[in-house]
Design a protein. Structure first.
Length: 591
């Protein structure tokens, strides 16, 4: 952990001083001399910083020292960096902390120093959740050596619109890590995935990539590494183009000092970053005056009233106890959270429901199950709908769900998607396996995700530990690019964990009657705590020519149980004892 005396010891290398001076001169004149505008009231948990802030280094270290032990605590922080160059600055990132550049382009904010995620458990980063960095450039001169920054992370770690002017390593000292996510990221040097078990990179590029473990997926990445799944050391799944995506909105400062949110347009059949050559991606700019800025203590009724009159919604960091669902009903509404704002209801009410309308954007929210079962935490669209949204779909980015962990909680289904053509861009849906209120009867939850809509596309689907099927897909035309799932650790007995199709519940279930579905890069893992518990099939699908799966892996961890088949009755067993603990299957139907 960086000490509080770091700031006093930081000095710029002489070789960098001309670069720094040039960077300041290259800054748009409007950003150097813009008259001050009134800063919106983002509340006390948003820290707006610039290179001239007194005690800048210590302010960042203070946030980190409060957050690094805050595994299940209530504190939330967003660090907002104004355009400019930050010389010799260390930015360690702890739990529930998001570091956001306020430029139109990632290069408008340039940190020369260090951006780092440090392993929470010695060198073990498998619990490094809920932290992120977006929309700035980092030159890692104070990193772990050789111009390399350390990003030791696992699930729920959005790393978007970043420019790493050097190298990046995705673990710490060869300790375990279980991530992760890149999108719209440029790395000038090398990405070393090291011990990462799995990773999804979408619309990103780098000088080189090294490392492979179980499930590495590259979608729309022109510099993906050579080799192909299932070759050991080359377990790479590569899809040349991203068929359809809308990048996540970002908060930025206009040249006149006013704040706004940029909402990118849809990209079709894309590869590489969206901001190449200093071009702002196509889209629309929404002034901050058109947003209701929500702060902890605001009621659901007050927030819904603002949505009803046409306001967009920006959630600031903190916890929000809601007594009724948030209702997002107007086409084109943007809901954007910064700093992991956490929604919770303890009275059996869902947290968020959307109407079945065009162009909604819901991004950057943390949804926590309450003490009473609300049936669902978030529902997108109307059950049984026939409306289509192909030209202007609903898009969900960086939505994180938790059942238990901070306290006992329960819900039947975390996320249910009814709206056709919905896009999901990174989600972690987690029935907690550690923390408070954790146990088979303490945080009961059947399903992480249920998809009823047609032509729903998901990039980066992480779903873990639910008591029945982790994912139930009932709509035609679904596409999933990267799936990671640990099945529940804690079934008490096989008899209590048996489905209509055999021992255990499939981690990924495509319902009978579905004729079109396709998925790429899927990993399903078991960590059974009780003896004599096993899973017959990691994935169950109907035998239809339009249902196709590519590059699947199962892994049996620790010392108990097995996963007997990868998909349906195909694929070898992954057994913790008496055979291989890993099984792979390249394609289904088997070619």
């Amino acid at each position: 952990m960086p000490s509080k005396t770091d700031a006093a010891r930081l000095r710029a290398p002489a070789s960098l001083r001309p670069l720094l001076a040039a960077a300041v001169l290259a800054m748009p004149l409007a950003l150097q001399s813009a008259p001050p505008r009134q800063v919106p009231d983002f509340g006390p948990n948003v820290h707006i910083l610039n290179p001239a802030v007194p005690g800048l280094q210590q302010r960042i270290l203070d946030i980190y020292e409060a957050q690094q032990p805050n595994h299940f605590g209530p504190r939330r922080d967003a660090i907002l960096l104004m355009p400019g160059t930050y010389e010799n600055l260390r930015i360690p990132v702890g739990f529930y902390t998001q570091v956001l550049g306020l430029g139109r382009q990632p290069g408008d904010v340039h940190v020369i120093g260090d951006l780092r995620s440090t392993a929470f458990l010695d060198d073990n980063a498998t619990q490094n959740f809920w932290r992120g960095a977006e929309n700035f450039a980092i030159t890692p001169t104070l990193g772990i050596g050789d111009n390399t920054m350390q990003w030791a992370v696992s699930q729920a770690i959005p790393f978007r619109r970043m420019h790493v002017r050097g190298n990046i390593r995705l673990n710490q000292n060869n300790g375990w890590a279980s991530g992760g996510w890149f999108s719209d990221v440029l790395v000038d040097g090398q990405v070393n995935s090291a011990t990462q078990q799995q990773w999804l990179s979408r619309n990103s590029q780098w000088g080189s990539w090294t490392g492979s473990n179980w499930n590495m997926v590259f979608v729309g990445v022109p510099t993906a590494p050579a080799g192909e799944f299932p070759t050991p050391g080359q377990r790479y799944t590569k899809v040349d183009k991203t068929p359809l995506v809308r990048e996540k909105p970002w908060l930025f400062v206009e040249a006149d000092g006013s704040y706004a949110v940029r909402v990118p347009a849809l990209r079709r059949d894309s590869a590489g970053i969206s901001w190449a050559h200093g071009v702002t991606p196509p889209g629309r700019t929404v002034p901050i005056s058109r947003f209701f800025i929500a702060k902890p203590g605001d009621t659901a009724a007050a927030i819904n009233a603002q949505l009803a009159v046409g306001k967009h919604l920006l959630f600031t960091p903190g916890e929000y106890l809601l007594t009724q669902p948030l209702q997002v009903r107007r086409p084109g509404t943007v809901v954007l959270g910064i700093g992991f704002p956490t929604l919770r209801s303890d009275n059996g009410q869902p947290l968020l429901k959307t109407a079945d309308v065009d162009g909604l954007t819901i991004s950057g929210l943390f949804l926590d199950a309450g003490r009473q079962d609300s049936g669902v935490l978030m529902e997108v669209g109307t059950p049984g709908t026939s409306l289509r949204h192909k030209a202007d779909p609903i898009v969900l980015h960086d939505l994180f769900f938790r059942i238990g962990g901070a306290a006992a909680g329960q819900v039947d289904t975390a996320l249910r998607i009814n709206a056709h053509d919905t896009l999901v861009d990174h989600t972690w849906i987690w029935r907690a396996d550690h923390g408070e209120g954790v146990g088979w009867a303490s945080n009961p939850s059947a399903h992480g995700l249920v998809v009823n809509g047609e032509d729903v596309t998901i990039y980066g689907l992480f779903v873990e530990h639910f008591q029945k099927e982790q994912v139930v897909w009932q709509g035609n035309g679904g596409r999933v690019y990267f799936y990671q799932s640990e099945i529940p650790y804690d079934p008490p007995t096989q008899a209590q964990w048996t489905s209509a199709t055999g021992r255990g519940f499939a981690a990924y279930k495509v319902a009978d009657g579905v004729t079109r579905h396709e998925a790429w890069g899927l990993g399903v893992y078991s960590v059974f705590l009780k003896p004599d518990v096993m899973l017959d099939r990691a994935i169950e699908v109907p035998d239809e020519p339009g249902v196709r799966f590519h590059h699947m892996i199962t892994v049996c961890l620790v010392d108990k149980g097995s996963i007997e088949h990868v998909i349906n009755n195909a694929g070898e067993a992954a057994r913790c004892q008496g055979g291989s603990n890993t099984a792979t299957l390249k394609d289904y139907p088997v070619k």
